[in-house]
Write a protein that binds this ligand. Structure first.
Ligand SMILES: CC(C)(COP(=O)(O)OP(=O)(O)OC[C@H]1O[C@@H](n2cnc3c(N)ncnc32)[C@H](O)[C@@H]1OP(=O)(O)O)[C@@H](O)C(=O)NCCC(=O)NCCS
Length: 226
């Protein structure tokens, strides 16, 4: 019999179910989120965390939030997951549709998601909802570190983020190597992640490598004008 699905915004009482759902959906990445983390995230009003409920409970989730870059605001569809037993029933599509609807209510005009280049199921979801795919980007990450440079002309946009799986800083549009180096000094918290999404083949990638960042993988931005 076909299961009915209800998409609803999650609240603090869903914290334990959300942690279990994240860990099941991302078991292949050995993700280990605990209830304290999901409680902390669900308390953040800036986030819209929605769940897909079936008769057997929470089967999927999507966390989204707004970021600003200069005068531009974007809706970040940050983490989307469906448990393996419920995949292929368009739950992800419903969750992304719900997220875009929330972005519209908040008056935002751009939504985007970063999807790994070989994640064909996620790509099918964003493509079906008319998102456009960017060229290839590389994700670079580093841990906080006291900077060795004090250059005066450091330019980059630094965005402090809390997500379901980590907290840290996103660096956008670094204009020189020193920007990536200095960004690592913006947090003193050793659990934080400093991340930069850079054009796949670029000087910025070489700067990131020199500044001690590790390349994670190749991705595309999927963007929708709303
Ligand atoms: C990606 C994910 C959220 C999709 O969830 P889902 O509820 O199964 O997605 P939907 O049913 O809405 O849509 C999946 C689409 O991908 C298609 N698909 C699945 N595997 C595919 C593959 N290997 N190649 C091409 N298309 C594929 C399905 O046919 C479906 O398209 P259709 O509805 O047009 O037939 C789920 O697979 C998941 O949680 N994966 C692990 C976590 C993850 O990768 N999250 C996304 C990070 S951006």
């Amino acid at each position: 019999m076909a299961q009915t699905t209800r998409i609803a915004r999650l609240n603090i009482t869903d914290a334990a179910d959300l942690a279990a759902c994240v860990n099941t959906a991302f078991a292949h990445e050995h993700t280990d989120v605990d209830r304290t983390q999901t409680e902390r995230l669900l308390a953040l009003q800036a986030h819209h965390v929605a769940g897909a409920f079936g008769t057997d409970g929470l089967n999927g989730f999507c966390d989204s939030f707004e970021t600003r870059s200069g005068s531009t605001s974007r809706w970040e569809i940050d983490l989307l997951g469906v448990v393996p037993s419920a995949r292929g029933r368009r739950l992800a599509r419903m969750l992304v549709h719900d997220s875009v609807t929330e972005a519209k209510h908040r008056g935002l005009s751009v939504a985007r998601a970063l999807v790994r280049h070989d994640n064909y199921a996620a790509q099918a979801v964003f493509s079906a909802l008319h998102f456009s795919k960017s060229d290839l980007r590389a994700l670079w990450v580093a841990e906080p570190h006291s900077p060795r440079t004090h250059a005066a002309d450091v330019k980059a946009i630094c965005i402090s983020v809390t997500t379901l799986t980590y907290a840290g800083i996103w660096i956008e549009d670094p204009q020189n190597a020193a920007a990536l180096e200095l960004a690592r000094g913006l947090s003193q918290d050793s659990t934080h992640v400093i991340g930069a999404v850079l054009p796949a083949e670029s000087d910025a990638g070489r700067w990131a490598e020199r500044a001690g960042y590790q390349r994670v993988d190749l991705y595309h931005w999927w963007t929708l004008s709303i």
